[in-house]
Design a protein around this ligand. Structure first.
Ligand SMILES: Cc1cc2nc3c(=O)[nH]c(=O)nc-3n(C[C@H](O)[C@H](O)[C@H](O)COP(=O)(O)OP(=O)(O)OC[C@H]3O[C@@H](n4cnc5c(N)ncnc54)[C@H](O)[C@@H]3O)c2cc1C
Length: 403
């Protein structure tokens, strides 16, 4: 049951591609999500089909084998994938952030090397900021890299919560290269750390790069979240993002830039999951009867449906506005923060309202809303918590309106 969403202007190309992804979600993701979620199993068959559809190369330029589409279209696609299952958008998201980092900051050699296999999904990317003792306060990171010889850096330290940590072939990892730098962010560098996809204990040229067993989670299953342990991992100096000369000490700014587009992506996820929650609520509320009528006919339930649809429409408009500003080359930090804050909170709220409408059945694993209820809270955490978004929004507001 498709509802709403019609207020967003789409080009013919955007309409075609989002229709295609919606069909893919209806036919391939939704019927299989329950299995992969319950088993917490990587959805390999779905990922294989996504490769064929070109979904790993949506924003990668055509010259590197991608579709060359903009952030707005990407956000529309993410909404559709998340409507199916947010874990699927999670498999694409860190890859998208990695390709964004390469397209914006990578050297020509790095683009030539990584973007073509990334466009097909043959090579997939993860990105890694968080550590066991650090998430929001990125400048407090401890993992480090020191120059080992002319051609190599040696990486040491532990990373946490890396989505696609095991199945990825490259990880964009932020570490300290100058522990004494003031301000601290000037001493951070982003490395493109290569490894063997799916291998926990890397050896040979990737020795010293270990992926511990995946973290067991409330929801967002299927896509693995892992720690990463670097213990004397030798990374070629040419794998400093942007090249050694240009990239050393620039990692913090590069990652913060990428998080801005990541926030639009999480906002789109919030819209997608909220949209699905509404669809489920609309259906269930017209099937279930109490006190002699469909529960949808009780005003209290109708008000919930009305609030959900209103929040979804607002969240979608905010997400599209942030994406369009970024595509137009305008500042969108404030708007991306607002979209992420509003859409993720709306996602959680709509899922909870839909859960309430399902009554006791919402608590049963037989009903899809149970999965959404476990998946949605991640929206409040990834790419900066709601508190961090408020800090970003407040700071940007004051910068733009300084008296
Ligand atoms: C499933 C999952 C996948 C993830 N994937 C990735 C990934 O791929 N790569 C990656 O690098 N990270 C990833 N993360 C990590 C995520 O980005 C962090 O969890 C997030 O940034 C919050 O950091 P934290 O968990 O350390 O919380 P903390 O920073 O310890 O915060 C704890 C609480 O304090 C609040 N808080 C912190 N500072 C302030 C402040 N100044 N003012 C007010 N409140 C504050 C926070 O909002 C939060 O409520 C993932 C996390 C999860 C759960």
């Amino acid at each position: 049951m498709a509802v709403a969403g019609a207020l967003i202007d789409k080009t013919d190309e955007q309409k075609d591609i989002t229709d295609m992804v919606r069909r893919f979600a209806d036919e391939q993701i939704l019927p299989n999500a329950e299995h992969f979620d319950h088993e917490d199993e990587f959805p390999e068959p779905i990922v294989e089909q996504m490769k064929e559809l070109g979904l790993f190369g949506v924003t990668i330029p055509e010259e590197y084998g991608g579709m060359g589409l903009d952030l707005t279209t990407y956000a529309m696609i993410v909404e559709e994938l998340s409507r199916g299952w947010i874990s699927i958008s999670g498999i694409v998201n860190t890859h998208f952030i990695g390709s964004y980092l390469l397209m914006k900051f990578g050297s020509d050699e790095q683009k030539e090397k990584y973007l073509p296999p990334m466009a097909t999904g043959e090579l997939r990317a993860a990105f890694s900021l968080s550590e066991p003792e650090m998430g929001s306060d990125v400048q407090a990171l401890k993992a480090s890299a020191r120059k080992a010889d002319e051609g190599h850096y040696e990486l040491n330290g532990q990373k946490m919560w890396v989505t696609n940590g095991l199945m990825s072939g490259i990880v964009f990892v932020l570490v300290k290269t100058d522990p004494g730098a003031e301000p601290r962010h000037k001493g951070m560098t982003c490395f493109i750390a290569e490894k063997e996809p799916g291998v926990a204990e890397n050896s040979g040229e990737y020795a010293g790069f270990t992926v511990p067993p995946k973290i067991r989670k409330l929801g967002y299953k299927g896509v693995e979240s892992t720690e990463l342990v670097f213990d004397g991992y030798r990374c070629p100096a040419e794998n400093v993002l942007g090249g050694e000369e240009a990239g050393v000490g620039k990692g913090f700014g590069q990652m913060m830039d990428a998080l801005e587009v990541g926030r639009v992506n999480v906002a789109a996820r919030g819209v997608g999951i909220a949209q699905r929650a509404l669809e489920l609520a609309l259906r269930y509320s017209q099937e279930r009867k109490t006190f002699g009528k469909e529960i949808a006919q009780h005003q209290a339930v109708q008000f919930k449906l009305a609030d959900m649809a209103t929040q979804i429409e607002a969240a979608r408009l905010m997400t599209m506005r942030a994406a369009r500003l970024k595509d137009a080359g305008e500042r969108s930090d404030l708007e991306a923060g607002m979209a992420k804050l509003f859409a993720s909170e709306a996602g959680v709220k709509c899922v909870e309202d839909s859960f309430r409408i399902h009554g006791g059945y919402g608590y049963s694993k037989e009903y899809e809303i149970e999965r959404l209820y476990r998946d949605a809270p991640l929206l409040l955490i990834g790419e900066g918590t709601s508190e961090i978004q408020r800090m970003v929004i407040g700071k940007k507001l004051l910068q733009r309106h300084k008296i």
